[in-house]
Write a protein that binds this ligand. Structure first.
Ligand SMILES: *Cc1c(COP(=O)(O)O)cnc(C)c1O
Length: 436
């Protein structure tokens, strides 16, 4: 953007109507927010105005190391020069066309994703705009499979702790009662099985099951991985019973864990080991909204026929260009190697911090548990100290930083954490009365 454009945008948002200095403060923005934005997100922690790499700045000029990456979205950090320029170039050439038409970037992205999965000929991609939409498409895929392969194949199995999104179909797959109850009745047929319990899975899957949907690692539940044994068993029992195996890699996919996908080994696995469908979103567009459902093999790919599903924005030229650019940078800049190296470095460092009891590190998707339920307080203290973290549970912290995080950025957090956590634990103890 030219300086002129930037000033015009400032006028559009009313950024210069604030203080005499012509700067709107974070508090002023939040006051406007509270009068105009629906309260579903509570009060935002900060008003962010700018980012570069793994660093963001707020409206009051403070700097933060972004260790959450927009919840595993900003794969290449903020304002990545190549991704930004590809998006701008595509938008100034052709931005949107509707799905009565296609575009080169849409086709090339579908081909690239199928190549990365190691999908056999006949495999296909449907583009959506988010993770929940990708899972809605997967839900309809499961229903369609159930209808076509027998009148009694009506059950869809998900796991306790699962998060698959917030629209009604995806919400039915999501386990958390607090998210579901206010909006019941849910679409019928979904059951939640105990997490990582192979025996329960074997007992539940029979020819009445249309599909099993799994996150290889449950991100929202605090970074809880399924065992390899469980994933193998899931592939085997669904195949034996004629049910689909759907992997939700919305959070774990696109390099987050140091491999392209957490639940698919495209090199080692034979085609028979692949899931029947995979959903992606979050990191795929490097910050630009896009989701995808991939169907593996010809039979599954034919389940949704012309007219049975759709999307106005899905697969538009800009979103697919953004994703192509993101995948290209991850591949050509050896980003996966960085994910592995910095992830291991962070994991080792975290494990040595007093007050950290368990570290579950999968590349740069990292959960760690604390000795006391101080995670929300630690998040606040870290924010004041210039680090963006997330607390998916009362005693659990999650990190999902940009995949380009450097070792020295990781170190800056590792050296600040012990004091921040000690303070949080101390504050907690003093509210617990005599620690004795
Ligand atoms: C975030 C997430 C979703 C939902 O994605 P949205 O883009 O927020 O709709 C679905 N599944 C998993 C595993 C996720 O982490």
């Amino acid at each position: 953007m030219t300086e002129d454009d930037q000033n015009q945008l400032k006028d559009l948002v009313g950024a210069t109507n604030g203080t005499p200095a012509g700067v709107t403060t974070g508090d002023q923005w939040l006051s406007r927010y509270s009068h105009s934005l629906m309260g579903v997100f509570g009060t935002p922690q900060r008003v962010l105005v700018r980012g570069a790499g793994a660093v963001v700045w707020d409206a009051d000029g403070r700097e933060y190391l972004d260790l959450l990456g927009g919840i595993a979205v900003n794969a290449l950090g903020h304002a990545h020069p190549f991704v930004t320029s590809v998006i701008a170039s595509q938008l100034s050439t052709l931005g949107h066309v509707s799905n009565f038409f296609t575009s080169p970037t849409q086709i090339a992205l579908a081909e690239k994703l199928l190549e990365l999965v190691g999908a056999p000929t006949g495999s296909k991609v449907f583009f959506a705009n988010s993770g929940t939409e990708a899972n809605e498409a997967a839900f309809k895929l499961a229903r369609s499979h159930g209808k076509k392969s027998g009148a009694h194949r009506t059950r869809i199995l998900a796991l306790e702790g699962a998060f698959h999104g917030r629209t009604m179909g995806a919400l039915a797959l999501t386990a958390k009662q607090a998210y579901r109850e206010p909006f019941e009745p849910m679409p019928a047929g979904v059951e939640h099985l105990p997490f990582n319990d192979v025996a329960a899975l074997r007992a539940a899957v029979d020819e009445t099951v249309a599909a099993v949907i799994l996150e290889p690692i449950q991100g929202e539940a605090g970074v809880r991985p399924l065992s390899d044994e469980y994933l193998r068993a899931a592939r085997q029992v669904t195949r034996d019973a004629g049910a689909l195996l759907i992997l939700d890699e919305v959070q774990t996919g696109v390099g987050r864990t140091g491999t392209w996908f957490a639940g698919i080994d495209a090199d080692a696995g034979s085609v028979a080991d692949l899931p029947d469908a995979v959903t992606l979103a979050k990191g795929l567009g490097g910050g630009f909204p896009i989701g995808a459902l991939m169907t593996i093999g010809q039979d599954v790919s034919g389940l949704l026929s012309a007219g049975q599903h759709g999307s106005t924005f899905g697969g538009n030229p800009v979103a697919t260009a953004a994703a192509l650019a993101t995948l290209h940078v991850i591949e050509s800049q050896h980003v996966l190697q960085n994910v592995v190296a910095v992830g291991e470095h962070l994991a080792r460092g975290l494990a040595a911090v007093p007050g950290v009891v368990e570290v579950r590190a999968h590349g740069l998707l990292i959960g760690f548990d604390l000795t006391a339920p101080v995670a929300p307080d630690l998040v606040r203290r870290a924010l004041d100290a210039g680090f963006i973290l997330n607390a998916p549970g009362p005693a659990t912290i999650r990190l999902a930083p940009p995949l380009i995080l450097t070792t020295s950025q990781a170190d800056s957090f590792l050296s600040a954490l012990p004091a921040l956590l000690a303070d949080a634990l101390q504050a907690h103890e003093s509210t617990q009365g005599d620690p004795s």
